[in-house]
Design a protein around this ligand. Structure first.
Ligand SMILES: NC(=O)c1ccc[n+]([C@@H]2O[C@H](COP(=O)([O-])OP(=O)(O)OC[C@H]3O[C@@H](n4cnc5c(N)ncnc54)[C@H](O)[C@@H]3O)[C@@H](O)[C@H]2O)c1
Length: 396
């Protein structure tokens, strides 16, 4: 295996790219060599920092012979076309979550990467967070018996962060399901074996000024007998980070004096002004997120096994056994999203896929749609496109 850094291109220099910057800057196993972005300012900022080349279109980027892989960080609804373009150029793919908005696009993407013989990893996703991986290893050890039940919940200000207009339209991938639910679904599927059988759910869209789903509760049942309850609210009231040691989603400290700040920042903004505010949080424009001092997380998660409960926290996993209680630390790396780069390097250099493949992403997307359908029809929805954790199984 060569120890040369993976030569990576990026498409989309927006908020998601900003959140990956501390990882790219702190992990010398990847080298950014080109970017595609429609705005010249972002391309110029990229070339000034990383060298390499800036392209106006993804087709030019995909044809760059130096690239081995491309990180796709464009809006969800573009992922289908962008994956097709990169796969046609024969490059491996890291595509930010969710895989796509429509199941039709997801099918097309699975077919494109399999025909091209390239790896596709859906990430970053909080299913890569070190405490989740630690819990998964603890489950796989068999020491605590089978997973029987998972409770996952998260209360955030998601719906009141600055948005592009389509991020508030469900049919274009807006609302909490496609952007946030998919993290929780990825985590719960990873903990429960991957293959959900059915979903029963309710959703809430309670703010007419932001008319998309801001909340849901879903019950999933899994092959093997585990069941899970997933709850999310992005309505910017209760903040479940207070139950995560006051650590925010991205691993930074939560500042209690900032209560209500997200809602206040949007007050009196029209949609154009809000989209411009979002743009101030993108590469070459705004302040960058600090390197965190704790692991990222996606809210409180409790896993009940036969002989123990496991509670995830930013620091690791708290184990409540039959007789004793203990804490197992998860690693904290200077490159905050190191497990995503581990997966990328393994795929590009060793041909080994993580759990989060194109088929995996399609299965999590199926759950997002099933939540919306179940809530609409007031009945359970049977799932048909699920896959397991086993790497080979997710690829065949
Ligand atoms: N994993 C995470 O932590 C995380 C966080 C935020 C966003 N995301 C995901 O990242 C994706 C992008 O979301 P965002 O919030 O960064 O959006 P954004 O609007 O901040 O950024 C999107 C970027 O794509 C660029 N773009 C648009 N069309 C393009 C094209 N044809 N070619 C090249 N670039 C193009 C835009 O100029 C913009 O810079 C979404 O799928 C979202 O779910 C993930």
């Amino acid at each position: 295996m060569t120890s040369e850094p993976v030569r990576l291109g990026v498409v989309g220099l927006g908020r998601a790219f900003m959140l990956m910057l501390p990882t790219f800057r702190n992990d010398d196993r990847v080298r950014l060599v080109a970017a595609a972005a429609p705005r010249a300012e972002s391309r110029d900022a990229f070339v000034a920092e990383f060298g390499g080349r800036g392209y106006a279109t993804i087709e030019e980027l995909a044809a760059d012979p130096e690239l081995e892989a491309v990180y796709i960080a464009t809006p969800h609804q573009m992922h289908g076309d962008h994956v097709a373009a990169v796969a046609a150029g024969g490059k491996h793919i890291l595509v930010d979550k969710p895989l796509a908005v429509t199941m039709k696009d997801a099918d097309r993407m699975v077919a494109a990467v399999e025909a091209a013989g390239v790896h596709l990893i859906v990430g970053p996703s909080h299913s890569f967070d070190p405490p989740v991986a630690l819990a998964r290893r603890m489950i796989a050890s068999g020491d605590h018996g089978h997973v029987r039940m998972v409770q996952a919940f998260n209360y955030t200000d998601f719906l009141y962060r600055p948005r592009r207009p389509e991020e508030l339209r469900t049919e274009e991938g807006g609302g909490v399901l496609f952007s946030q639910g998919v993290h929780q679904i990825d985590i719960v599927r990873l903990l429960c074996g991957g293959r959900a059988r059915s979903v029963y759910a309710m959703t809430g869209a309670w703010d007419p000024a932001r008319p998309t789903e801001g909340a849901y509760t879903a019950i999933l049942d899994f092959e093997g007998g585990a069941f899970a309850s997933l709850t999310y609210s992005g309505y910017a009231h209760f903040d479940s980070d207070i139950w995560m040691d006051d650590v925010a989603e991205l691993g930074g400290r939560k500042d209690p004096t900032k209560y209500g700040a997200a809602r206040r920042a949007l007050r009196d903004l029209d949609p154009g002004a809000e989209a411009r505010l979002k743009q101030t949080r993108t590469y070459g424009e705004g302040a960058e997120p600090p390197v965190p001092d704790a692991n990222e997380h996606f809210g409180p998660i409790i896993i009940s096994c036969d002989r123990a409960d496991l509670r995830l926290s930013p620091g690791g996993v708290e184990l409540f056994g039959d007789d004793a209680r203990s804490f197992i630390k998860a690693p904290l790396d200077p490159a905050p999203r190191k497990p995503v780069i581990d997966a990328l390097v393994d795929a590009v250099r060793e041909g080994r896929a993580p759990a989060q493949t194109a088929r995996w992403g399609r299965a999590s997307l199926e759950v997002c749609h099933a939540i919306l359908t179940s809530a609409d029809q007031r009945q359970p929805v049977t799932l048909t496109r699920q896959c397991g954790i086993d790497t080979e199984e997710t690829q065949t």
